[in-house]
Design a binder for this molecule. Sequence first.
Ligand SMILES: *Cc1c(COP(=O)(O)O)cnc(C)c1O
Length: 386
Amino acid sequence: MPTSPSDQPWKVPLADVTLRAELSDAAAAVVASGWWSMGPKVAEFEGAFGEALAARHALAVANGTAALHLALLALDCGPGDEVILPSLTFVAAANMIRRVGATPVFCDIVGEGDLNLDPEDVDRAVSPATKAVLVLHYGGFACDMASVLEIARTNGLRIIEDSAHAPGSRWNGRSCGTIGDIGCFSFFSNKNLAIGEGGMVTTDDDELAERLRLLRSHGMTTLTWDRHRGHASTYDVVLPGLNYRLDEIRAAMGLVQLRFLSEENTARARLARLYGEALDGVNGYAMAFSDRLGDPSSAHHLAVALVPDAASRDRIRAELVERRIQTSVHYPPIHGFSAYRDLEPSRSLPQTDDAAARLLTLPLFARMTDEQLGLVVDALLDLQAG
Ligand SMILES: *Cc1c(COP(=O)(O)O)cnc(C)c1O
């Protein structure tokens, strides 16, 4: 159980994993097999993940940040290129854009009810240098892909979907992460499909898949596993790649977690709906994505409340710590960080600035009990009496 700053266990942590004997059994079986690095379990995990999402190619990687880095490299984003992304996202996306030498261009969100990027502002952000749009499906709620696809088609842009929040999310009947050119997933411990560290890239494009495969493992044409099995004895190096491979132990855990993903997402959806019923429009609170809480098309990675003003948000957060309830803020906007503040040209992001000052991420995980949810709701209503 995660602990709070006072070293008392949280009564309600922000996120928590579900402990399952199947996970330790799966990990132990790989350890006993004697083959620990990328091999048959990774291939099996990729196959199962790709099938679950109906993605033509799924490649397991070391983490979600590696997935984003590989996606940008595979699409040839580099110096002179601009990549449009929301500022209200995890910093990894912007960091990787900078890391490949490209320039992040931040766009605004729709508003407090819909924390996804605003397609109209994406349209305004497009310049002759724009190479790609890197979208986030915030909290598991698909962004307006129809508009993003149209903007990309009109301007000849590529689309990367940061789907770290969205394994199992759907848009228009399609899995998030399979709509643009490349989808990027994270299996970090607080994500919907948790294995500690890990990620996946998905694409329907055979050429991109081959580039991603090469970039993931040193640009080498064969794997240690192929050579071990006698399927190859030498290799060529066709581009300067990285080592972003996943290992067998975590792939085996991933196969277990994938089996439980839809059950866990359903449990999250139910809890999110209960938050909405208890809080939306009550005592000055609103819930982000209130019209989609409980909808099975969302993976419900996050439950986000909005409070009336920034001062009450910070006061409420502090009081919740006293009550041993953990909250967070997804996210401090990237354009406010020291490393990004000086970026030119700076764009005005009024909806992002407003929502980011007032949003409060509430505890949400599949095994959270109704009693825990009740503690959070009662505390919030109490702290902001109507
Ligand atoms: C978690 C996360 C990442 C990074 O994934 P890691 O596996 O931690 O590297 C990237 N983008 C978003 C939106 C995330 O939530």
